[in-house]
Design a protein around this ligand. Sequence first.
Ligand SMILES: [Zn+2]
Length: 260
Amino acid sequence: SHSWDREAIQLVQTMIPKETVLFIADAKISFDSFRDGMTATVNSKTIITVNPDTREASLLFSYAKEVSESGALDQDEKPEDVPVDSITDVYTVSQLKQKAQENPEAFFGITYSFMSRLDIDSSVSKVIKTRCSRCKFLVTEDAQSCTNMLCSGRDQALLATTGFDLPVDITDHTGTLHACSLRSPVAENILGCTTNEFTSLNDNERTAMKWKFLLERCKIYVKITPSTKLRSGTRGVVLACSVADPGEVKQHMSALLQRL
Ligand SMILES: [Zn+2]
């Protein structure tokens, strides 16, 4: 092959996925029916700059990182979600993690565990978030237009969605699943209030709401998606959560122990 081919391949091999911004000048952009998407082909005229020191590159990098870590884009996967009633498989936290390692597809399960982190008593901006409906970028509630320079609707009036969006940790005797997403509309059902009602609660009321869950073993329905983007290797989304019936917990715990 050509020397520029070899150079490009060597360059690409040194890049860390999701950590590199490329500025590519003079590449051939075409539709690739095999990959079902647009692809860029380099040739001898192509100039590739890795992590260019420009404002656009740094914005693009922080945008991609924020969106991919928040899981905001995963919300669009909803159609494949199943009704909570149809989820019956019970797991311990370590079994959920193990299954995610062995199996690249998303799965659903129930875990009888504790919410060991539920920061609903921190600042409201960490609990309720407003995102641009077009690109999912975080925006302030009073913004007139999307602040993401790369948003397709940047020149138009902001079209935004506001909802609960916070990370929760789920713990049982086998371990902890960190930073599972708790979002609207599931969060409204669990917390028993709307975002507007939540905003009007005082600190004591929010702390009381938090401890209602922290001290109790809960029946938590989760969707687990193995994710190479995250250090933990898994992304968890809470689909439902209620304080567990003690009799039900006992029955499932003895069943889980017998399987060991
Ligand atoms: Zn946007």
